[in-house]
Ligand binder design. Structure first.
Ligand code: NMX
Ligand code: MLT
Length: 426
């Protein structure tokens, strides 16, 4: 049995007993309430979802299984996946075993390339990613075993199988989408000696004489891996999976949410914004010019992409990690310098405007400038990178939820009239 599966098999009985005891002993206790503002306001802050893979603290940001993301930036994405699933970093043998699993499962079926090549040439890369995943649904081990008859306690096993298959193929699928969609030439095959992130970098075909692009890809894939359970993509994925839809259906659904400009697409919007500034001022603007640009954006009713967050109330530590990477690798690049100048001026502007509850940069504020520096200038592509990383989180959440027997999601909705009656507003 592979190391990750063995570790999960060892942990799951105790986890199940723990939750059973918690619900039996404390099931009627109240952990959150819902106000009218929250019900009409996107359920912000309502604590009604369980996610044990990671937590987002408003004043600290992402914490994966008790470890702040800032302490994990030198790790490989594969290690993060193991950590998300089990709560422990893998030892050398377990990591090598997981990497072997990914290599063994990495061949992308030819029909995926046929479908991608048949899509309209101006398809958005996120539509291509979702399609590529959905078209592989017929491979699902979960679907096959469910149809054959499977006990609920076994659900996590084919969910893990499907997750490993999907994650193993995603770097090749993502790189293939880049090369097909932006006419970069033939597909580049995997190099079996490389780790998950470096292999993705290799298959994209980006010139990387110093290996820094591979480093950026590893960092990128670590930083975007998970962000607890309430963000749009994780929540959608969980809801779809709760109907016992398999990993392929659930992850592609989650990615459709990630493709929205208020969520993962903000990284492409952000670079668009930075390049518009670069064009307008013919390079890095002064603080005054940038302030003027931001105010005209806000006054025309648009958001400043890459700033604000539904949960965070401090600079996103994932932005801090990208910023540090940029300072080290491309501090003199004007596009990076615009991102750095925005970090100096935008929080004060948003504070003065007084609308955004979080005036600080989020993960999307700086990642595009780094990709741009390495020649990945097609910013429509950026959310695919986010999505491939976030598949680590979506899959690990699903494996854990299957293990714990999470039920079908079905909260109660009410109408506006009911709310009015409830609060005495009629
Ligand atoms: N620029 C301008 N206005 C903003 C911004 C911003 N960056 N962020 C929030 N606001 C506005 C927001 O539109 C809302 O206005 P209104 O009352 O007119 O509807 C008001 O401030 C209050 O919003 P918040 O409660 O602070 O934010 P909320 O939790 O609703 O939304 C985001 C969070 C992330 C959707 C929001 O901050 C935003 O639109 N940011 C820009 C897009 C972005 O960077 N998204 C990426 C998020 C990270 N990710 O990868 O998913
Ligand atoms: C994420 O990484 O999913 C974003 O920061 C959005 C969120 O957490 O709501």
């Amino acid at each position: 049995m592979a190391a990750l599966k063995e570790k999960l098999a060892e942990q799951i009985p105790a986890l199940r007993n723990d939750i059973k005891a918690l619900v039996t002993e404390h099931g009627t206790k109240v952990i959150s309430e819902v106000t009218v503002t929250q019900a009409f306001g996107g359920m912000r802050g309502v604590k009604a979802l369980i996610c044990d893979t990671s937590l987002v603290e408003p004043d600290r940001g992402l914490i994966i299984r008790g470890m702040p993301i800032a302490d994990l930036t030198d790790r490989l994405p594969e290690e993060i996946f193991y950590l998300l699933c089990t709560g422990e970093l893998p030892d050398k043998a377990a990591l090598a075993d997981l990497q072997k699993e990914f290599t063994r499962r990495s061949r992308v079926p030819k029909y995926v390339w046929d479908v991608l090549k048949a899509m309209p040439p101006d398809s958005h890369p996120m539509a291509m990613l979702g399609t590529a995943i959905l078209v592989m649904q017929k491979e699902s081990a979960f679907k096959k075993q469910y149809d054959a008859g499977m006990k609920k306690t076994e659900y996590w096993v084919p969910a893990l199988e499907d997750s490993l298959d999907l994650l193993a193929r995603l770097p090749a699928v993502g790189a293939g989408i880049y090369r097909i969609r932006f006419k970069k030439g033939d597909l580049i095959g995997p190099d079996k000696k490389l780790d998950w992130g470096a292999n993705y970098a290799h298959m994209l075909g980006v010139d990387d004489p110093k290996g820094e692009f591979a480093n950026l890809m590893r960092l990128y894939l670590v930083l975007h891996s998970d962000h607890e359970g309430g963000n749009v993509s994780a929540h959608v994925c969980h809801t779809v999976a709760s109907a016992l839809s398999d990993v392929y259906y659930a992850v592609s659904a989650g990615l459709n949410g990630l493709a929205g400009p208020l969520h993962g697409l903000a990284n492409q919007e952000c670079l668009k914004f930075v390049l518009a500034i670069n064009d307008k001022y013919n390079g890095v603007p002064s603080a005054e010019q940038l302030t003027e640009f931001c105010w005209s954006t806000l006054n025309s009713g648009q958001v400043i992409p890459g700033y604000g967050h539904a949960v965070l109330r401090v600079t996103d530590p994932r932005f801090t990690a990208f910023h540090a990477f940029g300072k080290r690798v491309c501090g003199d690049d004007p596009v990076f310098q615009i991102v750095a100048r925005m970090f100096e001026v935008v929080p004060d502007i948003l504070k003065e405007q007084g609308k955004a509850k979080d005036p600080y940069p989020n993960v999307d504020a700086g990642s595009g400038a780094l990709l741009y520096h390495f020649g990945v200038t097609e910013f429509d592509y950026y959310t695919v990178l986010f999505g491939i990383s976030r598949a680590l989180g979506m899959c690990s959440q699903m494996i854990v939820n299957r293990a714990l027997g999470a039920p079908i999601e079905r909260p109660k909705s009410v109408g506006t009239t009911w709310v009015k009656e409830q609060v005495g507003a009629v």
